[in-house]
Design a protein around this ligand. Sequence first.
Ligand code: ARG
Length: 603
Amino acid sequence: MHLRYNRKPVLISGFCMSAVTELKTQIQQALVAAFGEEFAHTDPAIAPTNNPKYGDYQVNVAMSLAKKLGKAPRQIAQELMEKLELGDRFEAPEVAGAGFINLRYTLAYLAERLQFMSKSDRTNDRLGIFKVDQPQKIIVDFSSPNIAKEMHVGHLRSTIIGDCIARVLEFQGHDVLRLNHVGDWGTQFGMLITYLKEVAPEALTTANAIDLGDLVAFYKKAKARFDEDEVFQKVARDEVVKLQSGSEDTLKAWKLLCEQSRKEFQIIYDLLDIQLNERGESFYNPYLANVVTDLKKLELLVEDQGAQCVFLDGFTNREGQPLPLMVQKTDGGFNYATTDLAAIQYRVNEDKAQRVIYVTDSGQGNHFAQVFQVARKAKWIPETVEITHVPFGLVQGEDGKKLKTRSGDTVRLRDLLDESIEKFGAILDARLAEEERSESNEFKANVARIVGLSAVKYADLSQNRTSSYIFSYDKMLADKGNTAPYMLYVYARVQSISRRGGIDFSSLNTPIQLQNESEFVLAKHLLQLEDAIAAVGDELFPNRLCQYLFELSQKFNTFYDACPVLKAEDEVTKNSRLILCDLTARSVKLGLNLLGIKVLERM
Ligand code: ARG
């Protein structure tokens, strides 16, 4: 696993901000002291323990060194331990079992860390988590629907996952450019414009003459015509040429069509609170010819049946022959891959990106692998630039097949989101009736909207993104389990404690005293928030953060069942527990915000 911990340990009143990072460095230093310089970069294999009996972390490096050092793992662990200097964060380490080193936080350290988190500034609350000290310029290419086509569930996934990744990287202090690489160029416009000229010419000259639904229908018909009618094909191709060479009428028509789609996309972005900068395929049009000339100069181009291609390593067809990536078609036109090559050049040279992240479905895995390979062959990606495809699986209906409406049509995203809001509205009504609470319509509408939308986002983000998942309103709206409502209730419950007890969390200021087992478990988990966030920034799996929040909520609920808070036996215990409640709520709020989810004070 490749980890990018470029966070220098920062010492604040004697402790380091990133526990695991500092621990890793200390163990590597001990490895060097015990066994020599060549072990400076050995992965110490630190794992948080699940069983408190074994402390808080287990260091497993001794097992992996046994062969190399020709010693028993227990012996290695012993020697390593003698060189290990951990300061006062941990109790004296113990060797256990076959050669594990168990580490346990000291009570004083735990209390001090919690105190520090608790006292951190509440405006734009970071809970004491520092920004990275080497911020990078990072591009996240996500959402990226296609003009004149409906945004589909795949684009929804890209939008939700991409937004979360961008939020996490921004939180870490990176300079993030969120790019919407919309499909706004190419053959589809030739067909569409030609067809509209025939059947709805007003759409090409007047704004808002048709809506996106009609546009999509027209596009389908245009495509059908294109496939069966040779004359139409020829006219449509000429129209593309006109567009690419900047003919005024065609450009005007194209702009109107884009505008129409853009409005529809914006409705979804507004609903989901998504910020994006549109830089569609058309943006790269002036650079496409250069891509081909550059590749030619580098002698990477091969002509294949009239088309310009680059041959690839590791990609073969069914007969085992090497596969080419086409960058210029027989008719001289460019394609999706050419555009992505131009985009790489632009992002590296003009945007000065140090990391570029593409969020699309796994189906485009080959496309990106091929494009990256060609860009590397051409030496357009410097070694200091990391370029990554972040693939995700499909969204399936309850039948395990591609998500469809009951009548078998593709699901419109707005309908999908509206249904979630509506369904939660009904759940909310039932609960309020049961609790004999009466709330204003405004309150109910707001709660339903936030929970309904959050549920869809959370259900998506909480899955390992590489797998497909089944879209189920029942599951995502349930108040138990790894769901948005469960997390949101934990936050609201803590706020209700403060209302009931007349407590101002920001003024709590007693030393923290941990007594009950469930308090320890919760406290330790609270300290791991930073590592969960860093893991998402490094590995780009948002479900890591969801899992963290889910466990946090569970541990909080266990604590809350076991330990009276407002009715605690004495003032110190009460204040101490209130700090744990407050820190839990703030962690949930921060974590959910990074997932693109807003919390509710009351629900
Ligand atoms: N428009 C494409 C689609 O709908 C996604 C674009 C992804 N980004 C990129 N640079 N290729 O499939």
